[in-house]
Each structure stands twice: as structure tokens, then as C-alpha cells.
Ligand binder design. Structure first.
Ligand code: COA
Length: 294
């Protein structure tokens, strides 16, 4: 089979240094995974950051790692985004430390696999409260500062709700609402100089999300996603980070209210009877599997 690899690229190899000098990022869910990677990339381009989450020990470790890796300041702030007073206090601490907030990532989320028939009312409500109401609470608490700096929001969504994804009704409903919230924020706050966009990641290897939601082989190892990825490799947290750097940069100053899917083309690949990607890389190898020409 032909080589089938596209590289993972660091934002620093594409975007210039100092892009976010003097700016401050406020990121919920920044203690791990995709949100930590986005925070690192934005810090590598010059911003200081506050990362917010429920687990202080994880946040503190992450903040130290982020500061060491980037040379910028990172504040760890414990808050449950479901509670408005806690997120308001986290914003107050960020302002006390840095004096401003320019960039916001609404990234904290909760998920697990459960069919409607087995999902309790509280399970459904919990994910709506974290993803949707947590996003609203974060917007409400940060907006005065983001307006003042004419800053920008990125909300982390998903592609699950574009179709009916089994076992994902709670997150599908929550993320559809996040997409809608971002669009309204873009329209209402655009005239104030604020932008709002959504990044919708596909499956990203090595994240807590994939650990919780990914299918496993018989030996417990995560199943390969390669056969669902037109881009030719599994997604990496750096792919999402690169999109965040672009969307926060001035190069995206005319992009607002949009949902940017970062999934290696995954959402466009319908179930396909032939082996993929083998069938497109080496069509001769599958001719026996197709009805011959008459
Ligand atoms: N299947 C079905 N229901 C589940 C569940 C599962 N795997 N996990 C939790 N629930 C239900 C609980 O049973 C409970 O409902 P009940 O009171 O009717 O029994 C409800 O969800 C709340 O669970 P609880 O553990 O009390 O909530 P929490 O606030 O401590 O945790 C979660 C929130 C459930 C979203 C948890 O998964 C979490 O903290 N996730 C954060 C990280 C994460 O999910 N990252 C992945 C991002 S893709």
C-alpha cells in the first residue's frame, strides 16, 4: 500500500511568534487534553493564561507544565462552571492577576456513553449543565472584559449532533445548544468588537474523551480510528490547537459565528462497504469485491 501519512504540525511552525503578546487567555477545562493543548499553543505565541476546572491538583500540575514549556504565566483556578458564583470568582482572580481577559475558550465538558433508555434524567441534566449552562455562565462572567479588550471566544463543540449518534443524546443536545449560543453571541457582540466561533473536533487520539468514549479491542486497547479518517492519520490535540491559534489571530478577524470542524474529514465519510482507505489508495486490490462490468 502507498504511504498514507500526513504530518502533525505545531502552530509555531506556521504562525509567527508574539501573535498574542500582551493578551490573556481564560480557558475552562484547560487542565487536560484538547483544552490544555490549545492553551499551550496560545501561550507559545505570547499570551498569559488562566486555566479553570474542578480538580485543583490536576490544574496546578498543568499550569506548572504550561509555564515551563512556554515561559509565560499560567494561573490555576478551581471552579465548577455549573455554579455562576464560582466562575465569577475565577474571572475575578484572573483580573486580579493579569488585569484583562482577551481570549476565552469555553472548553470544559462532560460525557459518557449511555442510550436514552438507560440514561437518567439527572445524567441528561448533568451534561446539559456542564456543557451548555457552563458555557453560558462562562460567557456571562467574562463578557465585560472581553468587550473591553475587543476579544474573541472559542467554544469547544462536537460533530455528534449533525446526525443521530447513538448513546450520545445528552451531549448532542448540549452541543447543539452551544453552537446556537455562539452564533447569537457573535451577532450580538460583533458590533462591540467581539468575535465568537466554535471548534468541533472529531475523535482525537489520546484524550480523556476518547478514553471514555472510544471503542476498545478485545485486549482493552483503543480501536484504531484510521479507517474513519480521510486525512490519513488519527487526530492529534495539536490539530485543534492550530485551529484555535488561527481563529484567535487577526487573520480570522472576518470570521465570526462559524463552526469550524477539525476532524480530518471524518464527518463526510459515510459507512463504506469496501476497506478504507485501501480502496482509494489501491483500487486494484478491491476489484474482486465489486460486481464486474457486464
Ligand atoms: N452512564 C449513565 N449515567 C451516568 C454515567 C454513565 N457512564 N456516568 C454518570 N452518569 C449519571 C449518574 O448516574 C448521575 O445520574 P443519577 O443521579 O440519576 O444516578 C448523573 O450522571 C451525574 O453523575 P455524577 O457522577 O454525580 O456527576 P458529576 O458531576 O460528578 O460528573 C460527569 C459529571 C457525569 C459528566 C462525569 O463523567 C465527569 O465529571 N466528566 C468530566 C470529564 C469528561 O467527561 N470529559 C470527557 C469530555 S469528552
Amino acid at each position: 500500500m502507498a504511504a498514507y501519512i500526513t504530518p502533525v504540525v505545531n502552530s509555531t511552525a506556521v504562525f509567527k511568534d508574539g501573535l498574542f503578546d500582551g493578551k490573556v487567555l481564560f480557558c475552562t477545562g484547560g487542565g487536560s487534553g484538547i483544552c490544555k493543548a490549545m492553551t499551550e499553543a496560545v501561550m507559545r505565541h505570547g499570551a498569559h493564561a488562566a486555566i479553570v476546572g474542578r480538580k485543583l491538583d490536576r490544574l496546578t500540575t498543568a499550569a506548572q507544565e504550561l509555564s515551563t514549556a512556554t515561559g509565560k504565566l499560567c494561573l490555576a483556578v478551581q471552579a465548577d462552571i455549573r455554579r455562576p458564583a464560582e466562575i465569577q470568582a475565577a474571572v475575578a482572580k484572573t483580573i486580579e492577576k493579569f488585569g484583562r481577559i482577551d481570549l476565552v475558550i469555553c472548553g470544559a465538558a462532560g460525557n459518557f456513553l449511555a442510550p436514552i433508555s438507560k440514561l437518567s434524567e439527572n445524567g441528561f441534566r448533568t451534561v446539559i449543565e456542564i456543557d451548555t449552562i457552563g458555557t453560558y455562565n462562562t460567557i456571562k462572567a467574562t463578557l465585560p472584559y472581553v468587550r473591553a479588550s475587543k476579544g474573541s471566544y472559542i467554544h469547544v463543540s462536537a460533530t455528534l449532533h449533525y446526525r443521530g449518534t447513538p448513546y450520545q443524546v445528552h451531549v448532542s443536545a448540549a452541543k447543539a445548544a452551544v453552537d446556537a449560543t455562539s452564533a447569537v453571541l457573535a451577532v450580538e457582540e460583533g458590533p462591540h468588537g467581539v468575535r465568537s466561533n466554535v471548534i468541533a473536533p472529531g475523535p482525537i487520539a489520546g484524550t480523556e474523551g476518547m478514553d471514555r468514549l472510544g471503542v476498545r479491542e478485545g485486549n482493552g486497547a483503543p480501536s484504531s480510528l484510521l479507517s474513519t479518517m480521510p486525512a490519513g492519520r488519527e487526530g492529534d490535540v495539536k490539530d485543534i490547537a492550530n485551529a484555535a491559534v488561527f481563529l484567535f489571530s487577526d487573520a480570522a478577524s472576518f470570521i465570526t459565528g462559524q463552526v469550524i470542524v477539525v476532524d480530518g474529514g471524518n464527518e463526510h465519510l459515510l459507512k463504506f462497504g469496501l476497506p478504507y482507505p485501501q480502496a482509494v489508495l489501491d483500487p486494484d486490490s478491491v476489484t474482486k469485491m465489486i460486481r464486474p462490468r457486464l
